[in-house]
Design a protein around this ligand. Structure first.
Ligand SMILES: Nc1nc2c(ncn2[C@@H]2O[C@H](COP(=O)(O)OP(=O)(O)OP(=O)(O)O)[C@@H](O)[C@H]2O)c(=O)[nH]1
Ligand SMILES: [Mg+2]
Length: 458
């Protein structure tokens, strides 16, 4: 395979920039560019995993391009399992490009996006779920997303799948034995035992992973949380209090917010996109009509809704309609302006409010905001544990759902005393699905698709 080279650090200037070279020719190429400091020669080959201080020099006259540190990582103890050289230089674009061009002139080829990671996968150092986790680690925007992606990178998902696959192999072996027995008419193997093992060793773990997909989506994109209510109840004030920032305009006049304002933040490490909306009412101003229409769309797209009421005023028709509009959503009811009342809040709560989560706040004075954070955490974040060591993506979800369908077919077949041969066919189908997720026989176009999402140099 050719030797590839790329700038491995992001564009822009910074402290250190890294050029990475991987392949059979990596060490020869690097030693052509590198001159060790103090006039000492590098051992040939350079010692693996040791830093050498020196300079990258131009071809011909040997002028100094930059002062660098160079490390050689000999196969198989490297990211790609090939010989890898990393050159740590100053992080200017001109410097890094000059060094890269030297490496290319010395015989390397510019790496494709994700090609280093692709080689790590092709050499068998990591499975496909781990390769995909590399992107998730890079893109993680919050502690939880990072923990899940990192767990997957350590092999969390792969290990779970390989455990399920081993169980399937074992069950299949027993089914084969049972088929042989029954042909001899010697002994009946109780099918309950198979059904039980299928349930605990295969169906449950795969179903857990599939459920983790929705969590992982939220961890990747952020939980969408809309702040909704009639005009002037304090929605924008509440958003600002949660963000701890004067992000949205607040005035004493109803109809201040006319468009949806989005702001990212996080609670307990879960990324949340907070969306302040225009107050729900029956407007006659054309701008407000559009604003209210947008509020409705925002509610539809939200994962969680904060429905805000004004404690100092009786419940109105508009409060009721906001209540009904958000009924099917995971919802927290926030009774704001609590500082203005001493009693038990707005008279005439809408029916059905009893079971809902209620939080009393004063966005103006900052009261109750911590409780609101806790309520959000309980409502929205309670489920996030499941994804702890994995970030299932759409590809995993689709493929594992296929495997899960086959398992469920197998289970009902067993309870209906269907021939065990049919059960075996279904289990093989699941085994193939697991292999597809791990990338055992991934077709090149799937790999192209996955690695095209990487940056060059990764
Ligand atoms: N006393 C008191 N006043 C508040 C509280 N929260 C907000 N206000 C005041 O209520 C008024 C309206 O606040 P906003 O945050 O703009 O209300 P809104 O729901 O975003 O209003 P629209 O964008 O018009 O729908 C402002 O004068 C705020 O200072 C509170 O907890 N207590
Ligand atoms: Mg507002």
């Amino acid at each position: 395979m050719d030797t590839i080279a790329a700038i491995a650090t992001p564009p822009g200037s910074g402290g250190i920039g890294i050029i990475r070279i991987s392949g059979e020719g990596a060490i020869v190429i690097a030693t052509r560019l590198f001159r060790r400091s103090g006039g000492r020669p590098c051992p040939d080959p350079p010692t693996s995993h040791r830093l050498y201080h020196g300079h990258i020099v131009s071809a011909g006259p040997g002028e100094i391009i930059d002062e660098v540190l160079m490390v050689v990582m000999r196969a198989p103890h490297s990211y790609t399992r090939e010989d890898v050289v990393e050159i740590q230089a100053h992080a200017g674009q001109a410097v890094l490009r000059a060094i890269l061009e030297r490496a290319l002139a010395a015989g390397a080829r510019l790496a494709d996006p994700g090609e280093f990671t692709r080689r790590a996968f092709l050499s068998g150092r990591i499975d496909l779920t781990q390769a995909e986790a590399v992107i998730d680690v890079i893109n993680a925007q919050s502690d939880r997303a990072l923990a899940a992606a990192s767990g997957q990178l350590q092999g969390g998902m792969g290990d779970r799948l390989r455990t399920v696959r081993r169980s399937l192999w074992d069950i299949l072996a027993r089914i084969d034995a049972a088929i042989d027995f029954s042909e001899d008419g010697v002994e009946e193997i109780p099918s309950d035992a198979f059904a039980e093992r299928l349930e605990t060793e295969a169906i449950r773990p795969l179903a857990d992973l599939c459920r983790g997909y929705e969590n992982a989506r939220l961890l990747r994109d952020g939980l969408r949380m809309a702040v909704v209510g009639r005009p002037n109840v304090g929605k924008s004030s509440l958003m600002n209090a949660l963000l701890n920032d004067e992000r949205a305009i607040v005035t004493p006049f109803p109809g201040t917010t006319r468009d949806v304002i989005e702001a990212p933040f996080s609670i307990d490490g879960v990324p949340i996109v907070l969306m302040d909306t225009a107050g729900l009412h029956m407007p006659d101003d054309p701008v407000e009509i559009i604003g209210v229409e947008r509020t409705r769309h925002t509610i539809e797209a939200a994962d969680v809704v904060l429905l805000v009421l004004d404690a100092s005023e009786p419940i109105t028709k508009e409060d009721r309609s906001a209540f009904h509009l958000t009924q099917s959503k995971a919802r927290i009811i926030v009774i704001n302006k609590w500082d203005l009342v001493q009693d038990n809040g707005p008279p005439g709560f809408p029916d059905g409010v009893e079971g809902a989560q209620l939080v009393k706040t004063s966005a103006l004075l900052g009261g109750g905001i911590e409780n609101l954070r806790k309520a959000i955490s309980n409502l929205a974040i309670g489920d996030f544990q499941a994804a702890a060591s994995a970030m299932p993506n759409l590809r995993h979800h689709k493929t594992l759902s296929r495997g899960l369908d086959a398992l469920r077919r197998a289970r009902s077949g067993i309870s209906a005393d269907a021939p065990l041969e049919l059960t075996a066919i279904d289990l093989h189908e699941t085994e193939r699905a697991i292999g597809d997720v791990l990338g055992d026989s991934a077709p090149p176009d799937l790999l192209d698709h996955i690695f095209s999402q990487f940056c060059i140099g990764k």
